[in-house]
Design a protein. Structure first.
Length: 397
């Protein structure tokens, strides 16, 4: 996008539509073409246009990367796109860590992130301490001489707990530890961790950034040039860069990010308030509710509350067996919501974290965290809110 001569930088709604997407120079095509090529002709050995091989350079992926960089980090930021959220996370760890290093991680994480840490990187000699990152002092206390990286999600998946990014960034910065924030749930539309002091942001672009549940993808965004070089080296050396076709789809998705996020949030708040009024529901987890214990932080740190809602069903007979049976029945009865893993698409989804997305977290750990049998997670879509509430009501009844 051309820089403005005067005045303010373009707002995020404008960046979402335009950043990284100048008309294609040969034909003037307004939409970025899908460069479905693995390789590029060279005039002679080493005489090329800057494009040699698509794992390393692809114009469609570059357009997406520039778009994501502008949304998350503004001018001067960089972005790198991967073929999964977990590939983006893998690249960050591989870029920053070696055997003997230590990571402080939040204790409530997407199950696949925990699995990556515990089953792959621990085997390679990296150690992890899991702390309740709602408490920045607990993060600071866990930092040791070999700590290189701190990894948090906020709001967390699935418990929607918040991490005070500024406070944790301060604790990390004081000890020379890099902070990486998984911003998948909020997207840069509602939360910008780099502005709050984080060094890196990762995304599962599978979710809100693409927004249509037809791509698996990931991204890493930052501002530090040295970090870019390290993560890009891993992207090229280990593979994992996003394909041209999927890059095109995510780029198409980000254009409508602003309007989708606004509707997701509006629907989610209405659903969360409605759930709070129901006798079958023991507790509702949504940062936009006054009852959320960190509602004040949510208001300060985020410009919206997002589309993810958790709630705990009461067991009919009391105890966890009753709650599990209720959750199963509820999820089977839904008709507008689909019982499925993932989140962030235009369609509403519902799932059971303990059995589905967080099954790779050991049962005792789940119990200690509060991911119980009665917990249901909703990804509230952009359908008409009355249809969503009617569906929930029928399934609860
Ligand atoms: O699925 P993938 O694109 O590889 O992204 C992994 C990932 C990373 N970070 C967060 C916060 C995530 O939620 C995910 C993926 N999560 C789900 C599939 C889920 O249903 O929670």
């Amino acid at each position: 996008m051309k820089a403005r001569a005067k005045g303010t930088a373009p707002r995020i709604e404008t960046q979402a539509v335009h950043a990284g997407q100048a008309p294609e120079p040969i034909t003037g095509a307004v939409m970025t073409p899908v460069f479905l090529t693995s390789t590029y002709a060279q005039k002679g050995p080493g005489v090329h246009t800057g494009f040699e091989y698509s794992r390393t350079q692809n114009p469609t992926r570059f357009a997406l990367e520039a778009n994501l960089a502008a949304l998350e980090g503004g001018a001067g930021a960089w972005g790198l796109a991967f073929n999964a959220g977990v590939a983006a996370s893998t690249a960050v760890l591989a870029a920053l860590l070696e055997a003997g290093d230590h990571v402080v991680a939040g204790d409530d994480l997407y199950g696949g992130s925990y699995r990556l840490f515990d089953k792959i990187f621990r085997r390679l000699g990296v150690s992890f301490s899991y702390v309740d990152a709602r408490d920045a002092a607990a993060v600071a206390a866990a930092i040791g001489p070999r700590t290189r990286l701190c990894w948090v999600e906020t709001p967390t998946n699935p418990l929607l707990r918040l991490v005070d990014i500024r406070a944790v960034a301060r604790a990390c910065g004081a000890r020379g530890v890099r902070l990486c924030v998984d911003n998948t749930f909020m997207t840069p539309f509602f939360q910008r961790p780099l502005d709050l002091g984080a060094d890196l942001v990762v995304h599962s672009t599978t979710k809100y950034l693409n927004g249509h549940s037809d791509v698996v993808g990931g991204a890493v965004i930052g501002r530090d040039g040295d970090l870019r070089a390290r993560v890009a080296f891993v992207q090229n050396s280990m593979g994992g860069s996003q394909s041209a076709f999927d890059s095109f789809l995510v780029l198409r998705g980000t254009k409508t990010l602003a309007v989708r996020m606004e509707r997701h949030q509006q629907n989610a708040l209405a659903v969360a308030r409605w759930l709070e009024s129901r006798p079958e529901v023991e507790r509702v987890l949504y940062p936009g509710l006054r009852s959320h214990p960190q509602h004040a932080l949510a208001r300060r740190q985020m410009s919206g509350f997002g589309g993810m809602v958790g709630f705990v069903l009461r067991g009919k007979t009391g105890g966890s067996r009753g709650a599990l049976a209720r959750a199963r029945t509820f999820l089977r009865r839904l008709r507008v919501f689909t019982c499925a893993e993932s989140l962030g698409g235009v369609e509403s989804l519902a799932e059971h974290p303990a059995i589905m997305t967080h099954a790779s977290i050991p049962a005792e750990r789940r119990r200690a965290l509060g991911i119980g049998d009665g917990l249901v997670r909703l990804s509230v879509g952009i359908e008409h809110v009355d249809d969503l509430i009617a569906d929930l009501e029928a399934a609860l009844g």
